[in-house]
Design a protein around this ligand. Structure first.
Ligand SMILES: *Cc1c(COP(=O)(O)O)cnc(C)c1O
Length: 226
């Protein structure tokens, strides 16, 4: 167990975010905090909820559904799916999440749209871009992005909000390149307002480049037990 209280971690993180927002000349309300609760028990989510956090990100469908069940008394939690998405899991994701940050193929988007129930709001979607062109990473290529964005934007039960990336360590211009790609899509007529980028170690650079959602795990919850 780590012995830094959650409240202290949250306060330190808020200070880092405020400092980064100030340095970038942005407003605090332009940067949203997604608490990444993978490998964390439901009690940790509940504790952070008690401190005011409402948006949580999960990477693994089974783990997330179990946690959601344990936390079903908290009606105003918003769940974001941020992990690698498999075809056979799209129905569960369409039913149990409000956002998906990791859509990288049209077939996944089509399935999510078909499986999203009519009585729920459209599923909010970001396209994951393999921004550092790593062989092992999820994400569409930069070349594939314009056509994928156009096709996903046309799906009825999804709302395309923006782009997501997990840059390679040391790729110091990745966040700017993702922001530039989003700006090009906006120029071409897509109504995008979301850049999901930045984690515990690089949130300052991401905020400087225009991040609207930073996805933070270890800086909030402490090291993952894995
Ligand atoms: C685990 C994870 C994070 C959070 O990473 P930390 O370094 O713990 O902040 C963010 N995004 C994705 C996609 C992740 O898998």
């Amino acid at each position: 167990m780590n012995d830094t209280p959650l409240m202290e971690r949250q306060a330190r993180l808020q200070q880092r975010i405020c400092a980064a927002v100030d340095a970038a000349g942005r407003r605090r309300d332009q940067v949203h905090l997604l608490a990444v609760s993978k490998h964390q028990p439901a009690e940790s989510v509940r504790a952070l909820y008690a401190l005011g956090q409402r948006h949580f990100g999960e990477n693994y469908v089974q783990e997330a559904l179990a946690k959601q069940q344990q936390l079903s008394d908290l009606a105003d939690l918003t769940w974001h799916f941020i992990g690698p998405l498999q075809r056979n899991k799209t129905a569960a994701v369409a039913a149990h999440f409000s956002w998906v940050h990791s859509v990288d193929r049209l077939i996944l988007a089509q399935r999510l749209s078909e499986q999203r129930r009519d009585d729920l709001p459209p599923l909010q979607v970001c396209l994951q871009v393999n921004i550092s062109a790593e062989a092992s990473k999820s994400g569409c290529t930069c070349a594939e992005l314009p056509a994928l964005a156009a096709a996903v934007a046309a799906l009825p039960r999804l709302r395309l909000r923006g782009l997501m990336a997990l840059p390679a360590p040391g790729d110091h211009t990745a966040f700017q390149r993702l922001a530039a790609m989003q700006a090009e899509l906006v120029q071409s007529g897509q109504a995008l307002d979301t850049l999901s980028m930045g984690m515990s170690d690089d949130l300052e650079a991401a905020i400087a480049a225009g991040a609207s959602w930073i996805r933070i795990g270890s800086a909030l919850f402490g090291p993952r037990k894995a």
